[in-house]
Design a protein around this ligand. Structure first.
Ligand SMILES: NC(=O)c1ccc[n+]([C@@H]2O[C@H](COP(=O)([O-])OP(=O)(O)OC[C@H]3O[C@@H](n4cnc5c(N)ncnc54)[C@H](O)[C@@H]3O)[C@@H](O)[C@H]2O)c1
Length: 242
């Protein structure tokens, strides 16, 4: 996979899968622009960090403009910024709680993809990878907000793929399973929860951020030029049992 001198925007770049995507791309000699609510912690001459909320449309447009001003073009986008749900049955969720999860996970993905797509359309080339979740299609109690947000990411990915296919831009999503990241650390650090979760995974272990970033890099690379609108499970086989 050739990433030398290519340019990628990664949201959620401060933690977990987003950070791992940044590190893998930098190791492959790409230029990476990270966007996160938090301050950047990656030190590399080829890394630029912007503190921004994926819901702040104006700021996101400025980040994209700054990326193009610096590098001239954008080869790919990884939408990894996201939050977990409120962990309640849907009938106990306030509209505010519901909207927060839907906004960040779904509208945030739309907002960044929209800003980047305009650049890619002009170049007639590009890759967009949206991080969805196994919970977009396999459900559990107390997950209506999160499942709705990720179901929308999956279906939106396919619809975006159709809109962008005429411009040689491929849009795919990855559906991770149980991954040990900042989002899940607190629960997986509990040995009982970890053992219960690992018992559900055919591969027998939790995923690590690198298990996901390697799939993302495949979808960003030329190797996947004929793949668009797909959701790729990266869950150690969890979805096979549904
Ligand atoms: N960890 C899992 O088991 C798992 C499984 C399936 C899917 N996912 C999804 O993978 C993606 C990455 O999650 P992770 O596990 O690496 O989480 P994480 O919490 O480790 O990282 C998420 C990053 O997104 C950033 N972020 C959150 N809201 C933001 C906003 N409004 N604007 C900009 N940045 C924002 C956070 O600051 C953080 O750095 C998320 O979309 C998550 O829903 C996670």
């Amino acid at each position: 996979m050739d990433f030398e001198n290519k340019v990628y925007i990664v949201t959620g770049s401060c933690s977990g899968m987003g950070r791992s995507c940044c590190m893998k791309l930098l190791e492959a000699h790409a230029c990476v622009v990270g966007i996160d609510l938090n301050e950047g912690t990656i030190e590399n001459d080829c890394y630029t960090h912007f503190i921004a909320d994926v819901l702040d449309e104006k700021k996101i447009e400025e980040c994209v403009e700054a990326t193009v001003a610096r590098y001239g073009h954008i080869d790919g986008l990884v939408n990894a910024a996201g939050v977990f749900g409120n962990n309640k049955p849907f009938y106990e969720l306030s509209t505010e709680e519901w909207n927060r999860v839907l906004s960040i996970n779904t509208t945030g993905t739309f907002t960044v993809a929209k800003a980047v797509a305009k650049e890619m359309i002009a170049n007639k080339k590009g890759k967009i990878v949206n991080i969805s979740c196994i919970r977009s299609t396999i459900f559990k109690q107390n997950m209506a907000d999160y499942a709705a947000s990720k179901g929308a990411v999956t279906s939106m990915t396919s619809a975006m793929a159709l809109d962008l296919a005429p411009y040689n831009i491929q849009v795919n999503s990855v559906a991770p399973g149980f991954i040990y990241t900042g989002m899940t650390k607190a629960s997986f650090d509990n040995p009982e929860v970890r053992a219960q979760s690992e018992a559900l995974i055919p591969n027998g272990r939790l995923g690590m951020p690198e298990d996901i970033s390697s799939v993302v890099l495949f979808l960003l690379s030329d190797l996947s030029d004929y793949v668009t609108g797909s959701m790729l499970f990266a869950d150690g086989g969890y979805h096979l049992q549904k």
